[in-house]
Design a protein. Structure first.
Length: 150
């Protein structure tokens, strides 16, 4: 899978429509989110007619409570594989599903209060189930944020 960021900031993944394509787009977005630039994180998504806002990102920091903010991270390969195995990904029979989306997926955005330990196997890690529609855009596919599942 080839992942690029367009001049607009939107993340585009090129390749065949499959589970791996969704996961490549998801992890590319999580990497951007983990870098800590909220505006870039929001701009990486497809928004269609909706107005993008960084407001929804704040729920990730406080979702699990506690005295420290939770930060998104990309953990080690073993933990990424666990997230990938648990992801739910669907491709409808017709592209008219959800106003033209060509797919849907939900995966756990990994968060921790100790981001400097993200690659450690014993890092305190929680997941926040987040779903996206997959949209066909010029030159590839983009993620459209749907919701955080509570």
């Amino acid at each position: 899978m080839l992942t690029e960021v367009e001049p607009s900031g939107r993340l585009v993944v090129r390749g065949d429509l499959c589970h791996e394509l969704f996961l490549a787009a998801f992890w590319a977005w999580v990497r951007i989110f983990a870098a800590g630039d909220d505006e870039r994180t929001v701009n990486a998504l497809f928004w269609g007619e909706r107005s993008p806002s960084v407001d929804f990102l704040s729920m990730y920091a406080s979702f699990w409570g506690g005295g420290k903010p939770w930060r998104p991270v990309v953990p080690n390969a073993r933990l990424v594989a666990i997230v990938n195995d648990a992801a739910e990904i669907e491709f409808p029979a017709t592209p008219s599903w959800h106003e033209g989306a060509v797919g849907w997926g939900m995966a756990q955005v990994p968060v921790t209060t100790t981001p400097d330990r993200a690659l450690d196997d014993d890092v305190e890690l929680m997941g926040i189930a987040t779903s996206f529609f997959l949209r066909e855009v010029p030159g590839g596919y983009a993620l459209e944020y749907e919701i955080v599942h509570v």
